[in-house]
Design a protein around this ligand. Structure first.
Ligand SMILES: [Zn+2]
Length: 165
């Protein structure tokens, strides 16, 4: 009875998919971290290969918890965003000091934490601040995807401002 077997498999698979979707919904309803929905490989955030390697000096990474903490360490970029920054040869020669934005804010703009660490690590390796050779890893995001990320970030920071003010 191969036919019946196949039908049962399909039914079981449908049940499994429904269960996974339900679980996902429950996690989100209870404040679970939503996953980064944007394909990291398509975002033009990565350094050219010559700077895209492990830093050989002494590296310190601070993972901030709040926007205020972030503002103490990092200047904003041209969009007014503070996602991460790196200070070469700080606090002394052969050291690098990286500060990373709160994970929730990074996720709001579609970045994973390792993506931003990789970007900042390249500055430790001497990648200039104006980002020559900035690249994606595979393919490119569409203009819609880019603007969707910027929009999500704006919504996130607006809500954060409302919460704090
Ligand atoms: Zn940079």
């Amino acid at each position: 009875m191969i036919g019946n077997q196949t039908n049962r498999d399909v039914a079981m698979r449908k049940t499994l998919v429904a269960a996974v979707i339900t679980l996902f919904g429950v996690l989100n309803a209870h404040g679970g971290e939503p996953p980064v929905r944007f394909d990291q490989a398509k975002i033009a955030i990565y350094p050219p290969q010559q700077y895209d390697h492990t830093y050989s000096g002494k590296l310190e990474i601070i993972y901030t918890k709040t926007a205020e903490e972030m503002a103490r360490h990092c200047p904003p970029n041209s969009h007014g965003q503070r996602l991460g920054c790196a200070r070469r040869n700080y606090p002394s020669e052969g050291h690098c000091f990286i500060v990373i934005a709160p994970a929730a804010e990074l996720e709001a703009i579609g970045y994973s934490e390792p993506t931003i660490v990789r970007h900042e690590n390249a500055h430790c390796n001497g990648w200039p601040a104006d980002h020559p050779g900035l690249r994606s890893l595979k393919g490119a995001e569409t203009a819609d995807e880019y603007y969707a990320r910027q929009y999500r970030w704006k919504t996130f920071t607006l809500q954060a401002t409302k919460r704090d003010g």
